[in-house]
Design a protein around this ligand. Structure first.
Ligand SMILES: Cc1ncc(COP(=O)(O)O)c(C=O)c1O
Length: 338
C-alpha cells in the first residue's frame, strides 16, 4: 500500500535508524547507529528530575530534481548550544551535530516524502542529562540523539488563515528565565494554556511579555510577525525563542525591499496591522485571521476576505520554494544530503 503523504499529519512514525552519541569523561563518543526506538536510562538521570533536556526541529525536503535538501542546520546547531549553556549541559559541537543530522537523513532516505506532496522529513535532535544525580546539579553524562520521522503538509487544504487567542492567565516563560532557549520545560508550561485555547476553538495562543503583559511575545510554538505598509514587524523580547524561520523571513523581506522592524509591539498595535502571522519550521507561515483578547473582548481581524494577505503569501512562497529547490538558494541556506 502506498503512503498517503498528504494525510500523515504531524506525528511520530518509525523510521529505520537513529544516531546517538554520549558525553562521558569530558568527550563525545563516535556516533552510534541504532534501529532501536528505546533508551536505557538511569532512574536518577537529571533530565527526568531536573529538566536537563533540550531539543531542536528542522526538516529535509525532496526536490523536483530528486535531491534531498536540509535547511539551515548550522543555525539549529548554534541554538542547541545556546540551550545547553542555558541549563548547564555539555554542548554538542557543530561538527557532531551536522554529522548526526546528515547521517540520520541519509540512513532514512526512503522516508523523505516525494516532491509535490507538501510533506517533508522532520528531524528531531535531542540532548539530555543521562548521568545520575540526586542533588540539584548538572549531570556529568549527556546523551545526544537524532531521529527523523516523515510529517505531512501543515496546510492540507491550502494556505489558510487561522484564529488565535491572547493568553491572559498563563505565562510561558519568565522574563529572565528560559524562554529564549529550546528546553522541554517551556513546552510543559505551555500545555495548559494551549488546551484552554483549543477548547475555546482557537488554533493557538499569543503570549504576552510576562513582566508587564503589555507587549506581544510569541505565538504558541512559533514567532509572531506583522505586516504594516512596507514593514515586516516582529517582537524584540528576551523570553522568546529566536526562530530560524523568522530570521529567514526577515532576510527575504529585506531582499524584497521591505523594512524590518524588530522591536516591542504593544497589544493595542494589533489594530494597526495589515497582516499578521505565526512563523516556524512546522508551517513556515500560519497566517492569522483573527486575534481575540479575552480581557477586553476585542477581536483584531486580518485576511478580511478569508484569504491570507499578499505579503505573507509572497514570503511563504519564496521560503518554501527555496526549501524544495524551486528557487535558487542565493543565501546559502541549503545543504544537499549525499
Ligand atoms: C517556542 C517556539 N518559538 C518559535 C519557534 C519557531 O522556530 P523555528 O523557526 O526555528 O522552527 C519554535 C519552533 O521551534 C518554538 O518552539
Amino acid at each position: 500500500m502506498s503512503t498517503d503523504w498528504k494525510n500523515i499529519g504531524f506525528g511520530y512514525s518509525k523510521t529505520d535508524f537513529n544516531v546517538r552519541s554520549t558525553f562521558k569523561d569530558g568527550r563525545w563518543t563516535e556516533l552510534e547507529v541504532t534501529s532501536s526506538e528505546y533508551l536505557t536510562l538511569h532512574m536518577a538521570a537529571t533530565s527526568l528530575h531536573y529538566g536537563q533536556e533540550a531539543f531542536e526541529g528542522l526538516k529535509a525536503y525532496m526536490g523536483k530534481d530528486g535531491q534531498i535538501r536540509v535547511f539551515r542546520a548550522d543555525e539549529n546547531a548554534k541554538r542547541m548550544q545556546s540551550s545547553a549553556r542555558g541549563i548547564k549541559m555539555a554542548e554538542v559541537p557543530s561538527e557532531l551535530f551536522h554529522e548526526a543530522v546528515m547521517k540520520a537523513v541519509s540512513l532514512n532516505k526512503k522516508y523523505v516524502p516525494p516532491y509535490g506532496t507538501g510533506a517533508a522529513l522532520y528531524i528531531r535532535p535531542l540532548l539530555f542529562g543521562s548521568g545520575p544525580e540526586v542533588g540539584v546539579k548538572p549531570a556529568k553524562e549527556y546523551t545526544f540523539l537524532v531521529f527523523v520521522t516523515p510529517v505531512g503538509p501543515y496546510f492540507k487544504e491550502g494556505f489558510k488563515p487561522g484564529n488565535i487567542m491572547i493568553c491572559r492567565d498563563f505565562d510561558r516563560a519568565a522574563p529572565m528565565g528560559t524562554g529564549n532557549i529550546k528546553v522541554g520545560g517551556n513546552y510543559a508550561a505551555s500545555l495548559l494554556s494551549l488546551e484552554k485555547a483549543h477548547d475555546l476553538g482557537y488554533g493557538t495562543v499569543l503570549y504576552l511579555d510576562s513582566k508587564e503583559r503589555k507587549y506581544i511575545d510569541e505565538c504558541g510554538p512559533a514567532n509572531f510577525f506583522a505586516i504594516k505598509g512596507n514593514s515586516y514587524i516582529t517582537p524584540e523580547s528576551a523570553s522568546i525563542l529566536p526562530s530560524i524561520t523568522n530570521k529567514s523571513l526577515q532576510t527575504l523581506a529585506e531582499d524584497m525591499g521591505m523594512k524590518v522592524e524588530k522591536r516591542h509591539i504593544l497589544v493595542e498595535e494589533l489594530a494597526e496591522f495589515d497582516e499578521a502571522g505565526a512563523c516556524g519550521t512546522a508551517a513556515v507561515i500560519s497566517p492569522i485571521g483573527k486575534i481575540m483578547d479575552p480581557e477586553t473582548n476585542t477581536v483584531y481581524s486580518y485576511c478580511k476576505d478569508g484569504q491570507p494577505g499578499p505579503v505573507s503569501t509572497r514570503l511563504y512562497q519564496r521560503l518554501v520554494d527555496i526549501q524544495y529547490g524551486d528557487e535558487p538558494d542565493k543565501f546559502g541556506w541549503i545543504e544537499i544530503v549525499k
